[in-house]
Design a protein around this ligand. Structure first.
Ligand code: FAD
Length: 265
């Protein structure tokens, strides 16, 4: 299998760095091919702006989606973006490795998403979710946090990690067609002792050794939605984040449906 690790941490000796190094060794030992995009080391340009487009579709005003699609179809994508898109095309599995910053990904990684998973490349009109251009590929998040797992449980002050990661899982990965594997979190590696950090690394190696056995996260298929792209009246939401009033479902019941679906993190 071909694996692309998109690594977003500014310090090589960080715990994120240790997780990526471990992933490289573990996956290669198992016969997989691995490429790493180390975004800070690459000095990745994070902003999607007019400088990305040498041949503009419209020079009178900058419309990012239009320019992305135009560049894709006219083979004028900027070389740094093109190189990353080729890695994504090559990959069977894409791992995003990052520390949770402000309940999300570091800006440099968001910039990778903005520029690389572009309109025309990763999605286009009528081609999103089940028909996203990256259908057939898998993706997985490996994250670290600054706080304990208890804070990320449904009754924790930070809220369920599954909800926090939904914009990435659903809005980026599922949207572009990826099959999304459950995330793995290393909880507050800077606060725990060395033994716990070693355990996190062992847990990650174990996870990487059993990727084939992982049940992907559940997202409702296209046929569960009506013409307004809302869940049909009879469909009980099972994603763990949505709920369907038209099925008589309340917010509280959606959590129960998620648990029934074995949707635990
Ligand atoms: P590091 O501090 O780099 O590493 C932790 C420890 O692991 C260090 O002692 C290091 O020496 C050690 N280590 C390195 N390699 C190894 C190895 N091979 N074996 C054993 N030990 C090793 N947290 C949240 O939970 N939610 C947020 O919303 C959030 N927002 C943030 C926003 C910003 C802008 C910043 C800067 C931080 C935020 N944080 C937040 C905290 C952040 O998520 C954590 O600091 C980060 O996840 C910790 O991971 P790290 O790789 O940076 O750890």
């Amino acid at each position: 299998m071909n694996v692309l690790i998109v690594h977003a941490h500014p310090e090589a000796t960080s715990f994120n760095g240790a997780l990526t190094a471990l992933a490289l060794r573990t996956l290669q030992d198992r016969g997989h091919h691995v490429q790493i995009s180390d975004l800070y080391a690459m000095k990745w340009k994070a902003t999607l702006d007019p400088d990305d487009f040498a041949q503009r579709a419209d020079t009178s005003r900058f419309e990012p989606s239009q320019e992305q699609e135009h560049a894709q179809y006219h083979h004028s994508v900027s070389p740094d973006v093109r190189a990353e898109q080729e890695k994504v095309q090559w990959a069977d599995l894409v791992i995003l490795q990052f520390p949770v910053w402000w309940f999300s990904m570091p800006a440099i990684l968001k910039g990778w998403v903005d520029r690389v998973l572009s309109r025309g490349f990763a999605y286009s009109s009528g081609h999103k979710y089940d028909t996203g251009h990256l259908k057939g590929k898998r993706a997985m998040l490996s994250v670290t946090t600054g706080t304990a797992s208890t804070l990320y449980e449904p009754n924790g002050v930070d809220g369920d990690l599954h909800h926090i990661l939904w914009p990435i899982h659903n809005g980026t990965l599922a949207y572009t067609g990826f099959t999304v594997l459950p995330p793995i979190a290393s909880w507050m590696p800077a606060q725990v002792d060395e033994a716990m950090r070693k355990q996190y690394l062992a847990d990650y190696a174990e996870r990487l050794a059993h990727l084939e056995e992982l049940e992907p996260l559940f997202f409702h298929p296209r046929q569960d939605y009506d013409d307004h792209q809302q869940l049909k009246p009879g469909v009980i939401a099972r994603s763990g984040v949505q709920w369907n009033p038209r099925a008589g479902q309340t917010f509280e019941q959606s959590a129960a449906a998620f648990a029934d679906n074995d949707g635990r993190l």
